[in-house]
Design a protein around this ligand. Structure first.
Ligand code: NAP
Length: 499
């Protein structure tokens, strides 16, 4: 997928099609929509919009491929996934650049994380595919064995912040377990799911096992409602999760929900200050703050608060906001104009409600795209909107606390439960809090590190199910119990001549 010669500023891409049955196809709908580059606000490419007919086409291709794929050995399926991982790694620079054009995130991040973490998922699930087994249960004169079987056609629906990583995190376990998949990227970031489709095809994946349909929430809705689909895995907002789960219930589909958060990062006075500040910056400004697991409520123990904020502000001032293709850039563009305006509204609301804006928070002048300088609010209180609601942008709220019991109850006082972080040198306190924090993931003395081996997902309103780790296998497979009788059938009924 190269640049088209006529693109704006030389950065335009060809029209993006659907990927169905192993090949690129035009949408039967005949409709195309525009996809913009967040850093320039210019047209990046036009995208084929899949309607209900296109969705049925893709689901039919996935159904047709299912029988052969699920009957292959795990070893064979895994080999193809691992080959695809190698292909993605070899194309890291090229795909990372496309991800930058599509998302606005800095190239320094995309080249280090986005494609490579997707490749990790393909390698990890490719490596454990051959080891997926059921169990044997001895019953004396009989026995039961369980078969771990595929669910069927799975649908993946992605958010726009980590497009290729999300596609890989869903496709890799699904395919390892013998399912086939139809994946819909966010309409805002349609490009790199097709790079994954190419890598899988070149690795030898049979046609129809992984398909990509493009489109907006209507395309997603058609997928979720399709009776031929067995499971939906969504990454998105809590509200979207509720809608998708309700729609999926009509045909009793399995669901995995990776939803939003407003996670606490708790820094005790005994913490290593430099590490805690670095973690708070990573937990709020990586990918312009567009990360679901971000620790946006930074609780700092009263005695450390002033020193923490001083060190933090000095370092945030050094962050370079600007051209995401420049390797020196730390903070890129927000995904859309509407999202940027929403983030700026939150900043204004924070000031209105009495928080102190210590640094940042303004739209970057002289840049054509949707850039907001990383913002740190001090003197925040739990009832402020910036502290209660997910902003999904570079806005950090610093709060202070005086006791462990107090901070635990305030940290848990939210409907969300995706993640949490604790900085302390007190081992017992760290593990005590890890047990009591209402979150799917807790980091002790670090933040937002998400290796593929670690189960990823939330509790409360932040989601259901887990991605990554062995835990993901349970969400992409089902058990069949087979009872085998070695003796006679126990007969409770009379037999003529035997009474
Ligand atoms: P979103 O608006 O909820 O959209 C997510 C996906 O769902 C998009 O592909 C969207 O399509 C689709 N969609 C929307 N309505 C639908 C419906 N009724 N039926 C089926 N599909 C539908 O979320 P977003 O703005 O893209 O992403 C940001 C959110 O994702 C944040 O809340 C963030 O916390 C969350 N997130 C969570 C995780 C996690 O792992 N927990 C990771 C990343 C992001 P279109 O947008 O194309 O219309």
């Amino acid at each position: 997928m190269g640049d088209s010669s006529g693109g704006p500023g030389g950065l335009g891409l060809p029209d993006q099609e659907l990927h169905i049955g192993g090949v690129r196809v035009a949408a039967r709908s005949g409709v195309l929509f525009d996809n913009l580059n967040p850093a320039t606000a210019a047209l990046l490419c036009r995208v084929h919009m899949a309607d209900a007919g296109d969705v049925s086409h893709a689901v039919a291709a996935a159904q047709a491929a299912l029988g052969d794929w699920r009957r292959r050995s795990g070893m064979e399926r895994g080999r193809i996934l691992r080959r695809a991982a190698d292909i993605l790694r070899a194309r890291n620079a090229e795909i990372a650049r496309l991800e930058v054009l599509d998302t606005g995130k800095p190239i320094s991040e995309a080249i280090a994380v986005d494609v490579l973490s997707g490749a990790d998922a393909l390698e990890y699930f490719g490596s454990i595919a051959a080891g997926l087994t059921g169990e044997h249960i001895d019953l004396g004169q009989s026995f039961v064995y369980t078969r771990r079987e595929a669910l069927g056609v799975c649908v993946g629906i992605g958010a726009w912040n980590y497009p290729i990583q999300i596609a890989c995190w869903k496709a890799a376990p699904a395919l390892a377990c013998g399912n086939t998949m139809v994946f819909k990227p966010s309409e805002l970031t349609p490009v790199t799911a097709l790079c994954l489709a190419d890598a899988l095809t070149e690795a030898g994946l049979p046609p129809g096992v992984f398909n990509v349909v493009q489109g907006d929430h209507r395309t997603g809705q058609a997928l979720v409602r399709h009776p031929g689909v067995a499971k939906v895995s969504l990454t998105g907002e809590v509200g979207t999760g509720r809608t998708v789960m309700r729609e999926a219930a009509a045909t009793l589909k399995h669901v995995t929900m990776e939803l939003g958060g407003k996670s606490p990062l708790i820094v005790f006075a005994d913490a290593d200050l430099d590490n805690a500040v670095t973690a708070a910056m990573l937990a709020n400004f990586y990918t312009q703050g567009e990360v679901c697991s971000n620790g946006t409520r930074v609780f700092v123990e009263e005695g450390l608060r002033d020193r923490f904020v001083e060190a933090l502000v000095a370092r945030v001032k050094l962050l370079k906001v600007g051209d995401p293709l420049d390797p020196a850039t730390h903070v890129g563009a927000l995904i859309s104009q509407g999202h940027m305006e929403r983030v700026l509204d939150f900043v204004a609301e924070g000031e209105r409600q009495g928080a102190r804006l210590a640094v940042g928070g303004a739209r970057a002048p002289d840049l054509p795209g949707w850039f907001v300088a990383p913002a740190v609010f001090d003197h925040c209180t739990d009832d402020m909107r910036i502290v209660r609601e997910e902003i999904f942008g570079p806005v950090m709220s610093v709060l202070s606390f005086t006791s462990e019991r107090e901070v635990l109850s305030r940290a848990n006082g939210t409907e969300f439960g995706l993640s949490a972080g604790v900085f302390t040198r007190d081992l017992q306190r760290g593990h005590r809090l890890a047990a009591e924090l209402e979150a799917g993931m807790v980091w002790l003395n670090t933040y937002n590190v998400t290796p593929v081996e670690m189960p990823f997902g939330g509790v409360k309103q932040s989601g259901l199910g887990r991605e990554n780790g062995h835990a993901a296998i349970a969400h992409y497979s089902q058990l069949k119990s087979v009872y085998v009788e070695l003796g006679d059938v126990a007969n409770p009924y009379p037999v003529p001549g035997n009474d």
